[in-house]
Structures are given as C-alpha cells and as structure tokens.
Design a protein around this ligand. Structure first.
Ligand code: DAH
Length: 346
C-alpha cells in the first residue's frame, strides 16, 4: 500500500471511529493514538524517508490536511461532548416543584411562657414596666426586706435551698419589690412594675407542688394609692384572662409584707358560680395573694410611708394555666412532653 493509500485508509477508519466516541477521556486517548508522537499518522509518515524527492511534498501536504481536518473535528466533538455533559447535569438537577415537601417540625412556645406573656401584655397595656430579678438572692432581700426578720415563723412556709446562710434560691418574686423600690426615682413619677420569674422551695413534688415554679410579682407605689386601685387592677386582669363575666372577691389573709393582706378569688369560670368540681362546689377559685405594701417595707427602701402608699400582688403561672386549661398535674409542665405542648399552639 502506498503512503497515500495508507493516509486515505487511516482517514476513513479515523472518521468512523470518531463518530462513535461519546466521552472526553476516550476522545483524548483517541487523539493521542492518531496524532501523538507514537500515533498512527506519525508511524505512517516514518515511511517518508523512502519516498522519491518529488513525492514528499505531496504526501506532506496530504498528511497536514488530514491532521488539520482531524484536529478541527476533534475540537468540534469535544464541544459536543461538553454540551452533552452540561445537559445531563441540568437534567439530573431538575427540581420537581410539584413533589410534596418534607414537613418541618414546628416548635411552639411553652404554655407557661404563653401565660406569662399574656399577663405581661395586659400590664404593659396599663403602663407597667417589666423588671427582671435574681433567682439567686440574698436572705436580706428575700426575707428581711420583705418584713420577715430572721427567725420569723412565716419563713417556715417558704423553706428553700440555701447556698450559704446568707445566699439562697429565692422563694418568691417579692424581693424584686425591694430592689425596684431602692432603684426608683419618685421625682420621675410613680412606680408600676411586674416581675415574672422562677422561684424555688424545698417542697416535695406532687400533683400540685413543685420545688421550682413560676410567679409574677406586681407592685405600684405612688401618693394616694388605695385598696380600690388594687381591686380595680385585679378585676381588669381577671376579666381579661378569664372572661368579662368574671367577678373577684377579696378575702382577708396574712402576708408579712402587706397590710392589709388579701387572698383573691374569681367566680368559677366553669360553672359561673353555681358550684362544680373545678371550684370544689364553692363557686369561687383562689388565684392570687395581694395587699397594701406594709409601711415597714416602704421605709426600708427609704420611702416616706406617710406620703407614699402602694399595693402588691403575687400570682403563680402554673396555677393560672392549670385552672384555665384543666391541667391536673403540675409536673406535666416540666416533662417536655410534646403531647402536652402540642395542645397549646401559640
Ligand atoms: N410572695 C407571696 C408568696 O410567694 C405571694 C404574694 C402575696 C406576693 C401577696 C405579693 C403579695 O406581692 O402582696 O406566697
């Protein structure tokens, strides 16, 4: 076979093979196998040295033509393969927007948080500020400043966790009263605050007791604050929380930091007062403690009790939520059981 025939034959075979290649690696190997240093064309051209002088340019031109043609075709093929790869990628990544999505589990505010925030909203609406207290308190603020001197018998009801003899986990949110009074500047106006938070007592846990629970303290101090202001405020709170038909009743009680002190009942929201299991057939439900701030408590904050007076109240969010939603075991609040939380979407 002459060189010319060999080149023509190589061209034919090459073009057929090229048409069958579909990936970049094979294409590259193929280019090397034909045009590379040890490729078939190079091999054929080694025969040039045996040609007559006038033959050589002809064969040379033919070889160059073939090399150019093949190079162009290889380039074009590479482009085609590249496009196909992109097309395949796009096809694989196609998003079917009609497929149903994965459900994202949605969290929910805890029922105690919801209750706290609802009460906060009611008081913010009446111009109160919200104050934070300390869960780790001093004996001084938790007891002494609340008119419970050392060895006062009423301390027994609130036995708690002591860190040192003078530092403890607060037993109620009432110490925030003293701290806020200390800091308040009465030349700037009356003091109106609520303070929600956790409190601790060395109680044995059962369906209605927990060693850790939540309270909201309320305090208003100004000139001329009377018991009627307390009653009106609590009446508003109760109507907003439990319904416009609810009535309140104040019963005399005792707290060392208020005088007079009252226990506040609401007319039963289930039976309306006729008597049922929720109100234990009395028609009334006890919801919070309150009273007029004791002059000693005012004086210990350096407030002139002949000029200023005020009221205070303390309520428990657990109790409010249990009554409202018929939850009969306080421990349910702290178990993190989604079956409880999911019933109170908010
Ligand atoms: N600190 C009381 C307790 O934990 C609740 C309380 C009663 C707070 C009467 C008050 C109040 O501010 O006036 O039992």
């Amino acid at each position: 076979m002459s060189l010319q025939e060999k080149i023509t034959e190589l061209r034919k075979v090459t073009l057929t093979k090229l048409s069958e290649i579909a990936d970049e690696k094979t294409l590259n190997d193929f280019r090397v196998s034909v045009l590379g240093k040890k490729g078939e064309l190079t091999d054929i051209l080694k025969g040039m040295k045996d040609l007559a002088n006038e033959e050589r340019p002809k064969i040379g031109a033919l070889a160059n033509e073939f090399r150019d043609e093949l190079s162009r075709l290889l380039e074009a093929k590479k482009e085609v393969i590249g496009q196909a790869v992109i097309a395949q990628k796009l096809a694989n990544e196609t998003l079917d927007v009609t497929l149903p999505g994965k459900k994202v589990a949605k969290g929910n505010r805890h029922i105690l948080t919801q209750t706290t925030e609802e009460i906060e909203d009611i008081f913010l609406g009446m111009g109160y500020k919200i104050v934070d207290g300390y869960e780790v308190e001093t004996d001084y603020y938790n007891f002494e400043r609340m008119n419970l001197p050392k060895d006062h018998p009423a301390r027994d009801m609130q036995d708690t966790f002591y860190i040192t003899p003078e530092i403890l986990l607060r037993t109620h949110t009432s110490p925030v009263q003293a701290r806020t009074m200390d800091a308040h500047d009465f030349s700037k106006g009356p003091l109106k605050m609520i303070s929600p938070g956790r409190v601790y007592r060395r109680d044995t846990d059962d369906a209605t007791h927990s060693h850790q629970f939540h309270q909201i303290e309320g305090l208003v101090i100004d000139e001329g604050i009377a018991m009627s202001d307390l009653k009106g405020t609590l009446d508003t709170l109760v109507k907003k929380m439990f319904g416009a038909e609810r009535k309140i009743r104040l019963r005399p009680s005792y707290f060392p930091f208020t005088e007079p002190s009252v226990e506040v009942d609401i007319s039963c929201f289930k039976c309306g007062g006729a008597g049922c299991n929720v109100c234990k057939w009395t028609g009334w439900i006890e919801v919070l403690g309150a009273g007029m701030v004791h002059p000693n408590v005012l004086e210990m904050s350096g407030i002139d009790s002949s000029k200023y007076s005020g009221f205070a109240f303390g309520l428990g969010q657990e109790r409010i939520a249990m009554l409202r939603y018929g939850i009969n075991d306080i421990r349910g609040f702290y178990l993190g059981d989604a079956r409880l939380s999911e019933q109170f979407i908010g």
